[in-house]
Design a protein. Structure first.
Length: 338
């Protein structure tokens, strides 16, 4: 999405792109957190007798469960006031806003994704370019350089799967209706799958994104879709996310998101489903440059860690800009952008 200095959707490592659907009940978080405390009422195996838990132990379980839920609520309450105006990088949630006509935006970024079974995939330095090719239409290109740290300790480095796509805004935001857009893209299998640098075949992502602003400082984004991939154990998978942001003054925007994906790769070295809570934002240095940052970890399901850091530039002009200059008016960006 375009802003004063506007980030857009970046190359998200495949394991972060296969996402799931929203609204996870707090009880699910509770079950997952109880397991992290090694609290169980089940048998070790079917041949063993059930573990007998005393009233005191049951009380401790309830207290630990309550403390976990309170901790999660405190985290969400802390981040909620820190949120607004832009999706796409550094977040995994994107937005429906294409780059303005005849404008460019570029990112030099690092992105990492870590899971217990698949190890760590680090993209960087990697590069993204977006161009406003027509009204409401953005063309998109990502060239990633990937280092794969496998669980067995081996590493591999090289170019990853190149990403090509297009974002198109379907509907403008109205008083009671959100802005809506699509952002399909294809990943070309340029990475060596045998070394963990790519999927091994062409794969596709088909998302739908929405955005609604509230006042001058608050904005919420959400959406989801599916990734279609086959090869080396990868499988089709749904995803979904929601992002809340707040603008602080002229230069700083902070936000938090809940990002969920289904199982992406089966097997002992597969990538299971995960629900990540990420926090991040960006700081604007003038009208054409920003520093973007984000990090997070899964709050439920399988453990997964995400980081993103980027430098962002935007430039370009069109006939409307020239007309505004001729009339002595300042060039302004679309409303609801930081």
């Amino acid at each position: 999405m375009y802003q004063d200095v506007n980030p857009n959707q970046s190359c998200e490592k495949f394991s972060l792109m296969l996402l799931h659907t929203a609204n996870i009940p707090l009880s699910i978080l509770t079950i997952d957190l109880i397991s992290k405390f090694d609290i169980t009422c089940a048998c070790r195996n079917p041949t063993e007798r059930p573990v007998v838990i005393s009233r005191r132990q049951r009380t401790l379980v309830k207290l630990k469960t309550l403390s976990c839920n309170l901790y999660l609520l405190m985290v969400l309450m802390f981040w909620a006031p820190c949120l607004w105006a832009q999706a796409g990088p550094p977040y995994l949630t994107d937005d429906p806003d294409p780059v303005p006509l005849h404008h460019f935006e570029a990112y030099a970024f690092e992105l990492s994704d870590s899971t217990a079974n698949a190890g760590t995939s680090f993209s960087g330095p990697s590069f993204e370019m977006n161009y406003g090719a027509a009204p409401n239409l953005q063309l998109h290109l990502v060239i990633p350089f990937v280092t794969n740290f496998a669980p067995d300790g081996t590493t591999a480095h090289g170019i990853g799967d190149i990403e090509v796509g297009a974002k198109y805004k379907l509907f403008d935001e109205k008083k009671y209706l959100p802005e809506i857009g699509i952002f399909p893209f294809v990943e070309v299998p340029t990475g060596d799958a045998s070394r963990g640098l790519g999927v091994g075949s062409t794969w596709y992502r088909m998302p739908l994104w929405l955005k609604k602003g509230f006042g001058e400082s608050w904005s919420i984004y959400g959406g989801g879709g599916a990734v279609f991939a086959h090869g080396n154990g990868f499988e089709n998978s749904p995803f979904g996310s929601v992002l809340l942001q707040h603008k602080f003054g002229k230069n700083l925007v902070l936000g938090t998101e809940l990002f969920m994906h289904a199982e992406q790769m089966s097997g002992s070295q597969g990538i299971g489903r995960a629900g990540l809570v990420n926090g991040g934002g960006y700081y604007s240095f003038g009208d054409h440059f920003q520093l973007l940052f984000a990090a997070g970890h899964s709050a439920f399901w399988n453990p997964e860690t995400y980081t993103y850091l980027a430098a962002y530039w935007t430039w370009g002009h069109n006939k409307d800009d020239d007309k505004a200059k001729t009339q002595g008016a300042a060039i302004t960006h679309p409303p609801d952008k930081p």
